[in-house]
Design a protein around this ligand. Structure first.
Ligand code: HEM
Ligand code: HEM
Length: 245
């Protein structure tokens, strides 16, 4: 059964018209996603000295993994996962579903590793854990992201886990919760960029307020914000829902 059978002709036209605009928004999202990864890598590697998981002398390099993995993981791979139902239109739906699940799994794995890296940096540098608004919202975001993955897997993928009628009922909740979790990750990243740049502008480095690095960090955060807006806009219309989810 296909949802198109349940739609009037006019509804189908509206869905089609909306999906052209959505494709344009999704294309913008892909460009912003690539830009976000390039910018955060240039910042952490070129300006901040590189990324490592182990270092005896320079613990800051361990921190640098954090922004790279958080942007690459829940935001870029998570955003692409959300868009996969709308942008991989030439491949069968079952393949899009696998892409959605696998991209989210990769995004979650990168996110968990990124959070591990920043805890490791704190512990090895004698800095307290979980003192900031960013860290509290961040723990909520990564936990909810993992919960959303587990719920999505159990409801829509795990064989026979959920009968079609229940899947249909769950889908709008899954989509709304997914957009909210994604938006929370984008908001967390905004707080993170602001916090890190504020640290860098204080002692001992005292980076210039209008210097190249400050502009790069703020611009990277803006690109991440616009990416978030594009991904959410691309999903606002429910017309991608299939009858059998
Ligand atoms: C989805 C995105 C993100 C999540 C879920 C997240 C999560 C976290 C968590 C849980 C901590 C606490 C670590 C601890 O207490 O030991 C933390 C620390 C930190 N994060 Fe992020 N982060 C994200 C993105 C970013 C980004 C893009 C930056 C940009 C530089 C950033 C900068 C920081 C900084 C400076 C700290 C150390 C200070 C603090 O604990 O607030 N984060 N992050
Ligand atoms: C194993 C994990 C997951 C499975 C099996 C799964 C499955 C699905 C399915 C079947 C749809 C319906 C798509 C359609 O017919 O239009 C969907 C949509 C959606 N999912 Fe997931 N999902 C998973 C994880 C996640 C996660 C972790 C998030 C967010 C953090 C998420 C966010 C969304 C969103 C926003 C939509 C709506 C997409 C659209 O309207 O184009 N999903 N998912």
């Amino acid at each position: 059964m296909d949802m198109d059978m349940d739609m009037s002709k006019q509804q189908q036209q509206e869905a089609g018209a909306a999906s052209n605009k959505q494709r344009a928004v999704a294309a913008a999202a892909h460009v912003l996603a690539v830009a976000a990864v390039v910018l955060v890598v240039v910042w952490c590697v070129h300006f901040r000295g590189g990324v490592v998981l182990r270092s005896v002398q320079n613990k800051q390099l361990i921190f640098n993994l954090h922004p790279v993995l958080m942007v690459l993981g829940p935001i870029v791979l998570g955003g692409e996962a959300i868009l996969s139902y709308r942008s991989l239109l030439l491949v069968p739906r079952a393949a899009r579903k696998k892409a959605h699940m696998a991209l989210h799994a990769a995004g979650l794995a990168a996110g968990v590793l990124g959070v591990y890296a920043v805890f490791k940096f704190h512990v090895e540098s004698g800095i307290p854990n979980l003192y900031s608004l960013h860290s509290w919202v961040g723990i909520a975001a990564i936990t909810l992201y993992a919960a959303q993955w587990a719920a999505g897997f159990l409801a829509f993928f795990f064989p026979g886990a959920s009968p079609p009628a229940r899947r249909r009922a769950l889908l709008p909740w899954h989509a709304v919760a997914g957009v909210l979790v994604f938006a929370l990750a984008v908001a967390t990243a905004q707080l993170g960029f602001l916090e890190k740049l504020t640290f860098l502008q204080g002692p001992p480095l005292r980076l210039p307020k209008y210097g190249a690095e400050a502009m790069l960090v703020n611009f990277t955060a803006l690109v991440v914000l616009l990416l978030g807006v594009a991904v959410v806009l691309a999903t606002l219309n429910g017309s991608s829902y299939s009858a059998i989810v």
